[in-house]
Design a protein around this ligand. Structure first.
Ligand SMILES: *Cc1c(COP(=O)(O)O)cnc(C)c1O
Length: 411
C-alpha cells in the first residue's frame, strides 16, 4: 500500500494520478495531493518522528514522495525561539518565533518546499528545474538544482534586491530577469511550462511543492510538546504557506499525534500589496488583483493563486488578516533584531508588524501561545533597512580618540 492516493481537485474532487499536473481539466480548480491516512496511521508515531533526521524529512510519512528523499536533506528543523523580550514588549508571555532565516540551503522557508518539489521532480524523471519567483524561491531552486545536478531556469522580476539576484547567479543557473512584476513573470512561466518539459516547482509541480510548507506546522507542534499553539501569524504571498500550516496541524490532529486543534491562523500582508487582507476586511472572498508597490518584494503577488483558500482558513480558524505600511515593516524588522537578535528580511518585518498590531488590538490573551513565522533572512534585503539604521563611530586608533567619542555619546 502507498501513502499517496493521487491528486484530487480542491473544487470538484475529481481524482488524477500523481503526475506533474496542477489544474483540473473539468473545472480548472487547483489539484492537491490526496493521502491514504489509514495507511499513514499505521506508519507514523511521535517516537518514530523523534528518532528521525534533524530535518523536515523526519515527517516523511506525510510528504508526497514515493521513495527516499534525494534533494534538500538538511532543509527544515529550524530553531524555535521563546521570544521573551519581544513578548514582554507586546504583553505576551508565550510568544514563539519560528526562525526560518537560518534554513538550509538558502536562508528562507522556500528551502522546505523546494526540497520536497525537487525530490518529487526527480522521481517523476525530470532533468530540468524551473520556477517563477519573487526572489527566495529562485535562490532555493538554483541552489538545490546545483546540488541535485539538474539543469535550471529561474524567472524573476528584473527589479529584485541585489542580494537575491546574486543569490541566484552564484549557483550558475539560467537567470531570466523579466521586465515586469511577479504576476507578469508567473503568466509568462505558465506559457513556458506548456512548451518545455521542465519541472516548474510552483506550476506543474505545485501540488507536491506546496506540501513542504506543512512541515512548519509539524515542527511547531513537536516543539510545543505535541500541542498546537493558540495563535499563528503567517505572511501571505500566494497564500499557500498559510493554508498548509492549517492543514499540517489538522493532519496531526486527525492522526492522533496531537489533541484538538484550536489554532487561530492570522495572515500578514504589506499595504502596498494586500489583495487578500483587503478582501478579508471587506467580508468577501473575491480577490481583486492589485499592482504591487512595497519594499516587501518577496510577498508582492498582486493576483495570489491561493488567496481565496487563505481567506477561508482565516475565517474557519477564527483568525484575522491584516496589513501594514512600509515604515511599519522597517520598524518590525528593527524591533525583531533589537529584541531578539534575529535579522529578518522585509517579509519578517511584515509578520512582526502585524503581530504587534494584533497584540495592540487585544486579539491575544496574556496566557495564550502565539507563534510568528519568520520566513526569510535580512542580509538578502539590505536596501530596505539600511537607510534607517545608525552609522558606526569613526575614530583614530588611539584610546583618546575612543574616549572622546564616548564623551560625545554621553552628552
Ligand atoms: C514565498 C514567501 C512567503 C509566502 O509564500 P506563499 O506564496 O504565501 O506560500 C513568505 N515569506 C517569504 C520570505 C517568502 O519568500
Amino acid at each position: 500500500m502507498s501513502k499517496i492516493k493521487g491528486l484530487v481537485c480542491k473544487e470538484c474532487h475529481k481524482s488524477y494520478p500523481a503526475e506533474a499536473i496542477h489544474v483540473c481539466e473539468y473545472c480548472f480548480g487547483p489539484l492537491e495531493v490526496a493521502y491514504n491516512y489509514d495507511f499513514i496511521q499505521t506508519q507514523i508515531s511521535r517516537e518514530k518522528i523523534k528518532q528521525g533526521p534533524s530535518s523536515l524529512w523526519r515527517y516523511q510519512d506525510l510528504l508526497p514522495i514515493e521513495g527516499e528523499p534525494t534533494v534538500g536533506l538538511n532543509a527544515g528543523f529550524t530553531p524555535m525561539i521563546h521570544a521573551k523580550n519581544l513578548g514582554a514588549a507586546l504583553g505576551l508571555d508565550y510568544l514563539y518565533l519560528k526562525n526560518d532565516t537560518v534554513n538550509c540551503l538558502t536562508l528562507s522557508f522556500k528551502d522546505r518546499v523546494v526540497a520536497v518539489a525537487l525530490t518529487r521532480a526527480k522521481e517523476l524523471g525530470f532533468d530540468t528545474a524551473a520556477c517563477a519567483s519573487t526572489g527566495n524561491l529562485a535562490n532555493s531552486v538554483s541552489a538545490h538544482a546545483a546540488e541535485a545536478g539538474l539543469r535550471c531556469f529561474v524567472f524573476i522580476p528584473s527589479d529584485l534586491e541585489a542580494g537575491k539576484i546574486l543569490g541566484n547567479l552564484v549557483y550558475n543557473p539560467n537567470v531570466i530577469a523579466v521586465d515586469g512584476n511577479y504576476d507578469d513573470v508567473n503568466r509568462l512561466c505558465s506559457e513556458v511550462a506548456g512548451e518545455y518539459p521542465w519541472a516548474f516547482v510552483n506550476i506543474n509541480i505545485r501540488p507536491y511543492y506546496s506540501e513542504g510548507s506543512k512541515t512548519l506546522a509539524y515542527e511547531t507542534a513537536e516543539f510545543l510538546d505535541w500541542h498546537s499553539p493558540d495563535h499563528a501569524v503567517v505572511p501571505i504571498a500566494s497564500g499557500s504557506l498559510l493554508t498548509k500550516i492549517y492543514k499540517g496541524f489538522h493532519e496531526f490532529e486527525k492522526l492522533g499525534i496531537i489533541g484538538a486543534v484550536k489554532t487561530r491562523i492570522h495572515g500578514a500582508q504589506a499595504k502596498g500589496c494586500s489583495p487578500v487582507a483587503t478582501a478579508f476586511k471587506n467580508g468577501t472572498d473575491f480577490i481583486k488583483p492589485v499592482k504591487p508597490a512595497t519594499i516587501a518584494k518577496s510577498l508582492a503577488i498582486g493576483n495570489p493563486a491561493d488567496g481565496y483558500y487563505g481567506i477561508k482558513v482565516a475565517r474557519e480558524s477564527g483568525g484575522l488578516i491584516d496589513d501594514v505600511t512600509d515604515p511599519e515593516i522597517v520598524n518590525g524588522m528593527k524591533l525583531l533584531a533589537e529584541k531578539e537578535g534575529v535579522f529578518a528580511e522585509t517579509a519578517g518585518g511584515v509578520t512582526v508588524a502585524v503581530l504587534k498590531k494584533l497584540a495592540e488590538k487585544g486579539v491575544f490573551k496574556r496566557g495564550e501561545s502565539v507563534v510568528a513565522y519568520i520566513t526569510g533572512n535580512g542580509l538578502k534585503t539590505q536596501e530596505a533597512i539600511s537607510p534607517s539604521l545608525g552609522k558606526p563611530w569613526h575614530i583614530k586608533p588611539s584610546l583618546m580618540s575612543f574616549q572622546d567619542a564616548l564623551k560625545a555619546l554621553k552628552q
